[in-house]
Design a protein around this ligand. Structure first.
Ligand SMILES: Cc1cc2nc3c(=O)[nH]c(=O)nc-3n(C[C@H](O)[C@H](O)[C@H](O)COP(=O)(O)O)c2cc1C
Length: 222
């Protein structure tokens, strides 16, 4: 007799394969407008229009960002949305002076953090490999670097997701990580990575565009 669990796993894989195949048959690449929105015309923000960011939009961003790939599907990122005046005041002393105005005037500031004990969720997130958590539980250095690497990737997915739903981002590392961790994540396994101010950017506060490295400067063909 066939193992019932094995059968349902096989069915699940087949469903996923069919779904992807069907999707690829009708999928098209992003057009010029979408590329502009996500990459070529999107800018890092220094000031904000007086337009609120709703909780619904934050949920929309997360619904997209969570789908980005992470190793072993570990999903270590945690997004702490600071959208109250009280929250902002708690954040204020942790921000370096040159970033203070941008942060305090942003409708929402997301603390992009990562969970050093992300492996506690692997049973749910990577269910076909029971015991995968022991790999990290027994090696804190591996857990830390894996959490940081994948949490950073998720931070990038997050920014693209925010742009995809029409928001602008002001990412920043000019703050005191230790102070943020103490203020917001004390007694948890969460660590801050970077901040991402969210809102509708004020075009009048945009800086000149800096150059990027050319293909030959940043890429090699091996
Ligand atoms: C992780 C990260 C940290 C950053 N830290 C700061 C910061 O502390 N203060 C600031 O004004 N800009 C900060 N920036 C913004 C960058 O300077 C900006 O993204 C870069 O110059 C490119 O600008 P552009 O996106 O408008 O082309 C940061 C960006 C990233 C992604």
């Amino acid at each position: 007799m066939k193992d019932e669990n094995a059968t349902s796993h096989e069915e699940e894989v087949k469903r996923a394969q069919d779904r992807f195949e069907q999707f690829k048959q009708s999928a098209s690449v992003l057009g010029e407008d979408a590329r502009k929105l996500l990459f070529t015309e999107a800018r890092s923000q220094n000031g904000w229009l007086d337009r609120p960011v709703t909780e619904e939009v934050l949920k929309e961003i997360y619904a997209l960002a969570k789908m980005g790939a992470t190793s072993m599907n570990g999903s270590p990122a945690h997004f702490a949305f600071i959208n109250s005046e009280e929250g902002k005041e708690r954040l204020r002393p942790t921000i370096l002076p040159f970033n203070l105005e941008k942060v305090m005037t942003a409708p929402v500031v997301a603390v992009i953090a990562y969970d050093e004990e992300f492996y506690q969720n692997l049973e749910k997130l990577f269910p076909h490999s029971p015991g995968a958590d022991s790999l990290f539980k027994n090696d804190q250095d591996l857990a830390q670097i894996t959490a940081f690497r994948n949490g950073t990737l998720q931070g990038a997915y997050f920014m693209l997701a925010a742009r995809a739903v029409g928001l602008d981002c002001g990412p920043m590392s000019g703050f005191d990580n230790t102070a943020v961790d103490k203020e917001f994540f004390s007694g948890t396994s969460l660590k801050s990575n970077f901040l991402c101010c969210l809102g509708y950017g004020d075009p009048k506060k945009i800086f000149g565009r800096f150059p990027r490295l050319e293909f030959n400067e940043a890429c090699t063909l091996i």
